[in-house]
Each structure stands twice: as C-alpha cells, then as structure tokens.
Design a protein around this ligand. Structure first.
Ligand code: FAD
Ligand code: 2HG
Ligand code: ZN
Length: 494
C-alpha cells in the first residue's frame, strides 16, 4: 500500500514551465520578500504541495503569497498572459485534493491577506480579507457579542475564502443555513486580473445576476476570492450541550424527530457518530473521556442556543424526559458548564483527526435521505466483507480496518470513512464506483459539503447530468478562457 497517491493525470502541455524571468516578475509584483517561496527552500514549499490527508501531492516550485488585491490581480494577469497554471490555496484543509497542485502549477496562497476590513454591529455584517482564519474571525466577533454563522473542526487553519470557495457546511448549518444565504457579497479577481465586486455588503440588492452564488462552491476554478462580506448573527446567551447514547439508527431518527418537535427554534446542532468513532477518539486524543459509561451503537450530540436560559433549560428537560421515558435513549449526560460542553464538542470535532491517525483514510461525504444514512455504511461493510477486504473484528489483513459513519444528521449529511494502511488503486476501485452508484440510486449527492476537487472529478456524472456538466464547462470558458485556474479538478477529465 502506498503512502500518498500521485495522480496519473497527464500534464497539460499548453501550460508554460516557469523560467527565471517569470520568477523575477513575481518577485517584483509581490512587495513582501516572504511573499515568494521558490525551489531554493524545498522545506518551505513542501506544506503547500501536500494536502491535509497526505493523500495528494503536487510538484509546484513556486508559492506566491500576495498581501493585497492589486498584487493578486498583477499575478493573475501575468499568469493568464503567459499560460501559467495556478492553484488558489486557503488554509489547505480541504479533503478532496482540490487545494494542492497536481503538477507544477503555481500556488497562490491567500495566507497574507488576513485583515478584517469592517464590522457593523447594527446589521452584523462583517467584511474581511479572504485569508482570515475562521477561528480568528469568530474570536473577534465573540468580543462584540456576535458569532460566525459557520464552524468546522478545521477552524484553526481554514480561511473564510476557502470556506466560501468550497461552500463549507459544518456544525452550525442546521441553525444558520448555508453560505449561499449568509454571504452577501465578495471581491473576486478574475483569471485575467480584472477585479470584480460581486454585489455589495447589503442584505438586499436586486440588481443584475447574483454572480457571487457562482463563486460559492466553485473551488478556485472561476476566480480568486479576495474578500468576503458575511451576515453574522448575535451570539446566543444561553447554550446547552448534551450527549446521548442510542442503540439503533431507528432510535436515532426518533430522537431527531423529537428534538425538532420539543426544541424547535433553539436546536442549533444535531450531530451523530457511531461507536467505532468514539473508540478511535479515545485511542488517539489525549484526555478524552466519554461523559457516561453506556457503550451504545450510536451517540448524538445535541446543542441548543437561545437568549433565555430558563426557557431553554425547560425545553431541554421536557425533551430529555421524553426520549428517556419513551426508551429512545440508553444513557446520556447534560453538560453542567462550558468546560463540559467543550469536552463533548471535542469528541465530535476530533473524529477526523483520530481517523487520520489510523493511517490511510478513504473519506466520503454524501447526502442521502436521512432514513438511509447509515444503510450506506452497512452496505459498504457488507460489500467489502464479501470480497475479503474487511472484517468487523479487524482481522482482514492488508485492507480496510474500520468502516465508520458520522456526521451532520440534521442536514442529512453522512461522513463515511474507511481506514487502511494507505491508498491503492485496487481498493479505490472496490469502494468508489459501487458507492457512487448506490448514492445515485438513493437520489443523493456524492458531495454534501467537501466538494469535488481532484478526488471526485471523475465521478461528477453520478450527481449531475451531461447537459448540466456542459453548461458548467461553458461558464468555465467564459470566466477562465485559458483554463489556468485550478486545472485537472472539478470537471470530469476529458
Ligand atoms: P483550502 O483547502 O486551501 O482550499 C479548498 C478549495 O478552495 C481549493 O479548491 C482551493 O483552490 C479553493 N480556494 C481556497 N481559497 C480560495 C480563494 N480565496 N479563492 C478561490 N478559491 C479558493 N468541511 C465542511 O464543509 N464541513 C466540515 O465540518 C468540515 N470539517 C473539517 C474538519 C477537519 C478536521 C478538516 C481537516 C477539514 C474539514 N472540512 C470541513 C474541510 C475543509 O476544512 C473545508 O473544505 C474548508 O472550507 C476549506 O478551507 P481552506 O481555507 O482550508 O481551503
Ligand atoms: C466533519 O464534519 C468534517 O467533521 C470532516 O466534515 C468529515 O472527516 C470527515 O470525513
Ligand atoms: Zn462535515
């Protein structure tokens, strides 16, 4: 088994190979000396070439870190004029191989564009550079009594520009909706260097096409996002977190229905994970303890957020009484303070890290009707077991060790993960075509939130029709006629 998967895609010969004159131009266009990293310092280049999972690795010899929109514009104009391929990169936490080069594309990192431009405490509208780290923004807003409408386990590294470019979902979508609703406007640099304002930082603007929506989830293929205006809600004064143990997926669904009924407008998260996820977190993350002893098949993390603690506490106790007395839940715990609440969230948020510590990690992030979410996990276990590639007791050698499911139950979004010692083409073939066919049969989507990137590009037709993909290609031609932005990704290889 290999430790990293080098894509076998042929380099597009239309793209120019960099020479000294090109590097000299970039050094003159970017004022900060630390803004240009070359092959002279390979250790500095390495992290920009390697993705978070350590699955995909590019061979770029140049990373550019502009500090202003005009520097981004100068870089792109030059790249477009000279047919130089570019990969926009945010925090490089993407999970589909979209943020790293495939061959020698120039990495355009937004790291140095990290200024908060404006915050209006009346409207809650925040305008900031695309390279601002999500957690930094959330901490900034917390001081003013506001909150970012999205939250992810990768918050300490991912950037708001990357979040918008991937249309990230995360842990607060159930409450605050998707970025298609909360992003109000953005500044984008087109492939040819033109700087375009997509809308204004206003809640209402009914003039012209809503072009910003095209950039949300376009994964760096249509333009480089340099700033974002986003609507941020008030931070809730009262927050409760509970973790419950449930013995079957049917019970989990009953608990979900009851939560929506009893908690309604104060329900702010409904996340689930299976027993193996909890065991892996306990194995790999220091000082993690489950908040109760019962060893159940599934666990659910429920959060409520509101403005009146007594009101929320009342609602939550009614809900807990219902689910306990009606036998939907085996055991549970209610966080008594912020530290306990953070401990429960820590379990959910470190599942990804724990899975990564098992070695190679096959990740799938999909939507299917909620009732079928866990069927997808069981179907995969059965299918691989039949081929001798998986055994529930971990005895299948050299193949898959764990097949787990967790995710955003409230959004109908499952994270199916398989661990193995590495990635092989054989294993990928045993897993992917059958999985994507199954998702298509169930009327689902092959990506609920992580996007397409390099990993899912060959499989786009399982979620989108041929006509739809043709239309996407026409848009790409319009926005980036030479195809310099994030090549080899997002579109099925021709
Ligand atoms: P990158 O990884 O750097 O880039 C992602 C894509 O966006 C690439 O295609 C890149 O070219 C493009 N891009 C980046 N910045 C720009 C820009 N300024 N302009 C144009 N294109 C750009 N995702 C979720 O949706 N929900 C989760 O709950 C979630 N949890 C995660 C937890 C962990 C521990 C990890 C490691 C990842 C998680 N992710 C999650 C995936 C990832 O964090 C998100 O996709 C995130 O939005 C990526 O942001 P980034 O800044 O790291 O972007
Ligand atoms: C999450 O919800 C992220 O924690 C990552 O989207 C999911 O690791 C994964 O598969
Ligand atoms: Zn997720």
């Amino acid at each position: 088994l290999t430790s990293a998967q080098y894509p076998t895609l042929r380099r597009n010969p239309d793209f120019k190979t960099l020479n000294d004159n090109d590097v000299a131009f970039f050094k003159s266009a970017i004022k900060s000396p630390a803004g240009v990293i070359t092959a002279d310092t390979p250790d500095e280049l390495e992290p920009f070439n390697q993705d978070w999972m350590r699955r995909f690795k590019g061979q770029s010899t140049l990373v550019l870190r502009p500090s202003s929109t005009s520097e981004v514009s100068a870089v792109l104009k030059y790249c477009n004029d000279n047919n130089i391929a570019v990969v926009p990169q945010g925090g490089n936490t993407g999970l589909v191989g979209g943020s790293v080069p495939v061959h020698d594309e120039v990495v355009l990192s937004l790291q140095n564009m990290n200024q908060i431009r404006e915050f209006d405490p009346v409207s809650g509208i925040l305008t900031c550079d695309a390279g601002c780290v999500l957690e930094v923004l959330d901490n900034h807003l917390a001081q003013k009594g506001f909150i970012m409408p999205l939250d992810l386990g990768a918050k300490g590294s991912c950037q708001i520009g990357g979040n918008v470019a991937t249309n990230a979902g995360g842990l607060r979508l159930l409450r605050y909706g998707s970025l298609h609703g909360t992003v109000l406007s953005m500044e984008v640099v087109m492939a040819d260097g033109r700087i375009v304002e997509c809308g204004k930082p206003l809640r209402k603007d009914n003039t012209g096409f809503d072009l910003k929506q095209l950039f949300i989830g376009s994964e760096g293929t249509l333009g480089v996002i340099t700033s974002v205006s986003i609507l941020t809600p008030r931070r809730s004064r009262a927050v409760n977190v509970a973790m419950l143990g449930v013995s079957s997926f049917d019970h989990l669904m009953e608990v979900f229905k009851q939560a929506k009924m009893d908690l309604n407008e104060i329900l702010s998260a409904f996340e689930f994970f299976d027993r193996t996820c909890l065991n892996l977190v306990k194995r790999h993350i220091p000082n993690v303890r489950a908040p109760f002893d019962a060893d159940t098949r599934f666990y659910v993390l429920i959060e409520t957020s509101g403005s009146n603690k007594d009101h929320d506490d009342d609602k939550l106790s009614t809900f807990l009484e219902h689910v306990m007395t009606e036998g939907m839940v085996e055991d549970g715990a209610l966080a008594q303070d912020a530290t306990q609440a953070a401990g429960m969230w820590n379990i959910r948020e470190t599942i990804t890290e724990s899975l990564a510590k098992e070695g190679g990690n096959y990740k799938y992030d999909l939507s299917v009707p909620v009732a079928q979410l866990y069927d997808v996990v069981e179907e995969m276990q059965k299918q691989l077991a039949e081929r001798g590639l998986y055994a529930a007791d971990g005895s299948a050698t050299g193949a898959v060790k764990h097949v787990v499911g967790f995710g955003h139950m409230g959004d109908g979004n499952l994270h199916l993960n398989l661990t193995s010692t590495g990635w092989t083409t054989e294993l990928t073939q045993a897993i992917e075509p059958p999985l994507y066919k199954s998702i298509q049969r169930r009327g689902g989507s092959i990506s609920a939130e992580h996007g397409v990137g390099l990993m899912k590009a060959p499989y786009l037709s399982y979620s989108k029709s041929a006509d739809f993909i043709d239309l996407m290609k026409s848009m790409k031609k319009l926005f980036d006629p030479k195809g310099i932005l994030n090549p080899y990704k997002y579109f099925p290889p021709s």
